[in-house]
Design a protein. Sequence first.
Length: 126
Amino acid sequence: MTSEHTQHSQHDPWEVLIGSDGTAMINGRPYPVPEGEPVHVVVLDALHRHAQAQGRPVQSLIVDEGAVSTTRIEVAPDGSSSVLGHTEGLGQPDEPRAEPAVAPPAEAAPAPAPPPAPAPAPAPVP
């Protein structure tokens, strides 16, 4: 029998904070980032291992302070990952965003110049 906490934590997305200094916190706890290893690779590896242990895809909400972005991803047990939502700024990726205004249609390119007219025929000699 699983405890309520264990069962609850298996279904919630992991919360990942990537600090602007290259540090990582996963679910509120500091997570070691080996020197020279990109923090994003370390986080994806941790999520992959968790998905393998669970035998199912896991979701994560990643707040990247350095890139000033928030991304929701899903990582499968085979290591593949999908972006489920992304925003620039530190808002939630599932928040509705204003659609950009539609740009006016670009003016049509000018029509190509007609081919040059043929040279006039030589005048008859008398």
